[in-house]
Design a protein. Sequence first.
Length: 263
Amino acid sequence: MNNQVGLKYQGSKFETFLKYTNEKENSSVVLGKILRKFIDKDGISFLDVGSGNGEFLRLSLNRIKSLKGAEVTLLEPNGDLIRQLRLNVKNFPSDATVKIVHSTFDDFVTDSRFNIILTSHPPFRRNELSQVFLRMLNLLEPNGRLVVVLRKKDDVHKFRTTFKAELLKDKSYQSLTIDDAIETFNELAKIKPLRISTFIANSELHLPIAYNMEDAISIIEFFLNKDWEEIPQDIRKAVLSFVSKKNGVFHLTDCIALIEKYE
């Protein structure tokens, strides 16, 4: 089985997806409100694991009045996104110091500890979550906070789970959701004192099936991590039927989990 399905970045297709959804904007409003409660002192340290092009965090931080002395580390493994990050950091709040690190989380080496760690839609496999989240918790300062953004079981989850299971020929396949993360943190809470809170951000995706099929196909390719011509014809037909029945409208639900560590 190809465990990499859905785990690699597809830049242009992701950018096409963003053209037809308000997900980033709506989720950044919720994240900004959360961060505003805790970025309440000078010199706070912040790690963003898997920053993408940096826009999600930038939009969130722009909702905070003061980031005086804040040190923000943007960790991103993809070379194309690193180039975008270097262009986008000039738009980050001017009172924060921003550092870009071109690395995977596995290869990230640091002696620093952070007040806040963020990871949004992380590409980790389900069986990696315990190890990855435990390391993130260990990178936090005492009383630090970890923020994890993942989907609930929304329309995109249903779409991915249905058709990736067919592509992988694995009926047990399930797209990763916030429920998997919360289950992991509940287990970790047995060995570490944690408080877990969740917040919801709703949005919509409008696939342009009626007027721009090329973009609609690009978004479908992004969700399935597969080029359209590589998808068997019967699955293509089923995909288009699924989208048409929803009139191209997908309801999206990001869940933002706040994990507070007490020491």
